[in-house]
Design a protein around this ligand. Sequence first.
Ligand code: C2E
Ligand code: MG
Ligand code: MG
Length: 527
Amino acid sequence: MRAKGAKAIKGELYELACLLGIAACVWLIGDTLDVFTMMQAAMVRDGLSGILCLGFLMSFAFAAASALKSVRLRGEMKARAQAELAAQSIARRDVLTGLANRRLLIETIDSAAGHPNHPFYAALLIDLDRFKPVNDIYGHAAGDAVLMEVAERLAALVPKDGLAARLGGDEFALFVPHDGRTADIMRFAQQVIVALSQPITWQHATIDISATIGVALFPIDGSDAESLMRSADIAMYRGKREGRSTFRFFESTMDEELKERVSLELALRSAIASGEIRPHYQPLVSLPEHDLLGFEVLARWYHPDRGIVSPTVFIPIAEDTGLIADLCHSLLRQACNDARQWPDHLRLSVNISPCQFKDRLLAARVLAILRETNFSPRRLEIEVTESALVNDMDIVRTTLGVLQGAGVSIALDDFGTGYSSLYHLREMKFDKIKIDRSFVQSLDDNEESAKIISAIIGLGSSLGIMTTAEGIENLTNSTWLAQKGCTFGQGYLFGPPVPAAGAGRIIEEAEALRAAANLPVDEARAA
Ligand code: C2E
Ligand code: MG
Ligand code: MG
């Protein structure tokens, strides 16, 4: 800064010196050619000395220099004002899409709030569904193209006195005035979903995305930007949980639920540390023999006030808060210690969340726990769902490859519910496919389920992958599955998830049965 100032002063001095030089030259020439004497004779009666002329010319040079400076200063000020305006506009615009950014949205909401006779407004928080796989499958250029197309569609929908903004990632917002009738906003939200659900063509691919919208009404659901957007966020989160590609209006009970969730989050943190989360074990058996082969580890939270909390409640919270890794490692450690007491041929199956694969050291951490608890990797099975594979296939492939190399087997959990992709089955070397329990449970009243199960078992056997059917609750289903060629079974028919002591009793019974049948251990292992 200081160097720049010194340079400018130097420049000005140089200019002044030049102008003075020119004035001196003019005087010298004028004096040599006797111009001043002639001027003196023509214009001035009382005499005009050469020195006076020089003084006059010098003053003229000073005046010219300062005029030049002021013209230039004015130009600079104008350019600076323009640059400031441009910077301000950039600071309020999203660079990729050109929509307003979070800052401008907040300013707009707050200025609407400050207006004494403001109309009704609605804030729509829009989160794209299925956007992440676009980046993963087609790359970031495709992701950017989708975001730009979404921005264009939103800009086309937003009324003149409304605002469309991109808040970051795949999150957008609209702030629109309305006449107080929620039916109109519902129609508008639906219109937005329909517009964003239209396929997007990128190069030769057709990309399908959609959107989930949370709607908060101003000023009922929030009288400033922060509270209004928080309400819209809560409503959007509810929409995501209840099926996506939909919209939800904020309700005050949602806030209560959020508080409940925050309190669960806090409690979960200490629960993991204090060992309140314990493994339950559900038997895995062979079909059609029903021989006990091992157990799936299913987490249970022994909450001091709430009793036993289901993993469907706390696993998503653990995933969102990044606590899942600690929880998984703690469970694995406890389960390996329990399973060390079991006969060697019984195996342990552990669920790993998709988000855990972000950790490049996952395989090393799992193997370290196996070493620490002296539990053989050959007795461990990892269950992953397909959603783990769409995030970053390469990391997942490497992690699973390291684990398989160490002897751990890998099962694809809940198959049939998610992507059910043949590509995943071909790309990854799974040892087992677990058919989701929803198919088995609808076997009796849904013909399609029977067809899907048969197809999955057929697919597994043609790829040399074993199959486990989850959720078997009656003998008829178990027999039918065995006839179709399903290799393993799991479900309440063989036993619900039980604490370690219960697993111990199941093992004792199984061992007693095996002894009665006089089945040699080696034969059981081969099974
Ligand atoms: P999952 O891995 O598919 O586990 C099977 C679920 O089906 C378990 O529910 C089990 O109790 C239930 N189940 C088993 N047999 C039957 C049956 O015959 N009928 C019915 N109706 N249900 C049956 P749970 O224990 O509530 O676990 C739900 C999900 O939570 C699990 O699904 C798994 O995705 C997740 N989960 C549980 N423990 C863990 C964990 O330690 N880590 C991770 N990442 N996820 C876990
Ligand atoms: Mg599982
Ligand atoms: Mg499952």
